[in-house]
Write a protein that binds this ligand. Structure first.
Ligand code: FPP
Length: 227
């Protein structure tokens, strides 16, 4: 969800105002995904590297998280959204940690949309923690074992990864899980990423041929049949 800071700066607003608009865009995006039958949405809300931002921005993001927990969870619950927080919770206060557990427990039975919020998350952190878990259990470190031990082990790998804000890199997001994901880069800043922008990304995805290392003929693509 890149581009909140630029959205705010262009309007002579503090960066945190951009993150607030980012929460609005996120609320709408969750609803749009549910309406479109998407079963899993995973968002990058705070990276392991974001701690090095100015202190007022870090504390603003923490306050947004705490406020969103109180305000948004009942509505998401009513809409059938199952919430997961993915990332290292160790640096958070006891109160915030309890809030995360409570939100997950309250929505655990919901089936409409699994909503993963990556907060204090990094792809490298996830791979390392999964390996450490397996090692602590004394089991072999295999691809299958790592897949299950990942913090996102409860969902399949993503079909589509969208990055907004014009940058074309993963920035430590889903390094393991995005091995065969389709990547889509939008120039829109996150607060402007609306339903039309989501639909454009989905249309682009629908036109892709996913081969997973096979040939076009093997996956039976229409283009290969015509050739
Ligand atoms: C990147 O944009 C965005 C973030 C670091 C934060 C994303 C967070 C939200 C949308 C709020 C979600 C919050 C909760 C509580 C779930 P940037 O600030 O790097 O933008 P820039 O590249 O324009 O500076």
């Amino acid at each position: 969800m890149d581009g909140n800071g630029r959205w705010a700066t262009r309007r002579y607003l503090p960066r945190v105002a951009g993150h607030k608009r980012g929460v609005d865009a996120l609320r709408a995006c969750v609803r749009q995904c549910g309406e479109r039958g998407i079963k899993v949405l995973t968002v990058f809300a705070f990276s392991s590297e974001n701690w090095s931002r100015p202190p007022e921005e870090v504390s603003g993001l923490m306050e947004l998280l705490a406020a969103a927990l109180g305000r948004e969870v009942p509505q998401l619950n009513a809409e059938g959204v199952q919430i997961h927080f993915v990332g290292d919770r160790a640096p958070f206060s006891e109160k915030v940690r309890a809030g995360l557990v409570q939100a997950e427990a309250a929505t655990a039975a919901n089936q409409r949309l699994v909503f993963n919020i990556c907060f204090n998350y990094g792809g490298r952190w996830d791979i390392a923690q999964a390996a450490a878990r397996l090692a602590a259990q004394g089991v072999a470190i295999t691809e299958q074992g790592l897949q299950g031990a990942m913090a996102l082990g409860h969902v399949p790998d993503p079909d589509l990864v969208i990055r907004t804000g014009g940058e074309q890199r993963l920035s430590n997001f889903l390094l393991w899980q995005a091995a065969y994901s389709e990547l889509y880069f939008s120039d829109k800043l996150w607060p402007e990423f609306d339903a039309a922008a989501l639909d454009a990304a989905l249309a682009d995805y629908a036109a892709r041929e996913r081969r997973f290392g096979k040939t076009s003929e093997q996956v039976g693509s229409p283009a290969a049949k015509r050739a």
